[in-house]
Design a protein around this ligand. Structure first.
Ligand code: ZN
Ligand code: ZN
Length: 257
């Protein structure tokens, strides 16, 4: 069994990634317009009508925008937690298969995910650990800090997609008002390059085959800064692929198994 991971795009204007095993296709986050979602899936060699499940991490539009429409149009089952479904106004809520934190959601004979709660603004956000064929891949974005629970799961993942949202000095000297700077860098905001580097330093081992840094801020970050900040901390433990996920996808197909 193999698990194929494709980033369809990442950033404040939209996020989505596709996970394909031999028995199911799962899209995590559906934060682009329908037109963009379908275009990117087709470029990734996935027919939208072949998508079996759509999972949404939280209600912010860059993760949820077209999820309900796509679910209806593609005939894919929509999953989120209850808070996200209510905040999105998805009705009837019974059309959404709601999951609880840390409960395994079975999506195929050999494909399942575990939602892990993460702190983020006023959202009930989750990270996902996708399991197939004995391999695990993590999708971690929009969080102010990583919990011990999340780090425990990341240690067992062969692929880690994790946000590296901002460079701290760029954020401080950048154009945002102080209140937004405080929110982004607070416990419920986003991970800085340094925070992400420190998390990876704790969890990376010879088990880690590939890492994708995602959700980079266009104003407060740059790919070469994020990459070098992370590499400096993990270089001695990690010899897999490190890639930066950009807003225009699809890109970086990773194969596990
Ligand atoms: Zn986001
Ligand atoms: Zn968010």
């Amino acid at each position: 069994m193999t698990l194929e991971i494709t980033h369809l795009g990442s950033g404040s204007s939209g996020n989505s990634a596709a996970y394909r095993s031999e028995d199911a296709i799962v899209v995590i986050d559906c934060g682009f317009s329908m037109k963009q979602m379908e275009k990117r899936l087709i470029l990734a060699d996935i027919q939208p009508s072949d998508v079996d499940h759509i999972l949404v991490t939280h209600h912010h539009m860059d993760h949820s925008k077209s999820a309900m429409r796509a679910s209806k149009s593609w005939g894919a089952r929509l999953h989120s937690n209850l808070e996200t479904a209510l905040r999105m106004g998805w009705e009837p809520v019974s059309d959404v298969r709601t999951f609880a934190d840390l409960d395994r959601v079975v999506l195929g004979d050999d494909l399942s995910v575990i939602p892990i709660p993460v702190p983020h603004d006023d959202a009930d956000n989750v990270a996902f650990i996708v399991s197939s064929g004995g391999e695990r891949a993590a999708y971690v974005t929009d969080l102010g800090e990583a919990t011990e629970e999340l780090k425990g799961h990341l240690k067992r993942c062969a692929h880690i997609s994790i946000e590296a949202n901002y460079d701290h000095s760029r954020l401080l000297s950048g154009p945002y008002p102080d209140s937004i700077k405080r929110r982004i860098s607070g416990r419920g905001g986003h991970l800085s390059n340094l925070q992400t580097a420190k998390i990876l330093e704790e969890v990376v081992s010879e088990k880690t085959k590939s890492i994708s840094l995602c959700h980079l801020s266009e104003k407060n970050n740059a790919p070469h800064i994020a990459e070098s900040e992370v590499l400096v901390r993990i270089d001695q433990y990690f010899d897999g692929d490190l890639t930066i996920s950009k807003k225009i996808g699809p890109e970086f197909v990773h194969h596990l198994g």
